[in-house]
Design a protein around this ligand. Structure first.
Ligand code: ZN
Length: 82
């Protein structure tokens, strides 16, 4: 049954976090842009992304702190260019 939030549903936290990180990489978001965290939905029981979180997802924060996210963003820019 589709969720009434109309958000994309992920079957687990891991899938949702992977998707969130992919969006940051391929869309080239600045740190405060795009989804910031994932949450388990009380309506459908699956996982959604949210941009309205007051805290940032740990995995996402780690990738920002280590510079890994920026490197992957740069890499995806170059891939798109050729
Ligand atoms: Zn839901």
């Amino acid at each position: 049954m589709p969720c009434s939030t109309h958000k994309y549903e992920y079957i687990s936290r891991d899938f949702a976090e992977d998707a969130m990180i992919d969006q940051h990489i391929y869309k080239g978001f600045l740190p405060h842009q795009g989804p910031q965290d994932v949450y388990e939905c009380q309506i459908c029981g699956h996982w959604h992304l949210t941009s309205k979180s007051t805290s940032r997802n740990e995995r996402l924060q780690e990738m920002m702190d280590s510079g890994e996210l920026k490197r992957k963003q740069e890499a995806s820019k170059w891939e798109g260019r050729f």
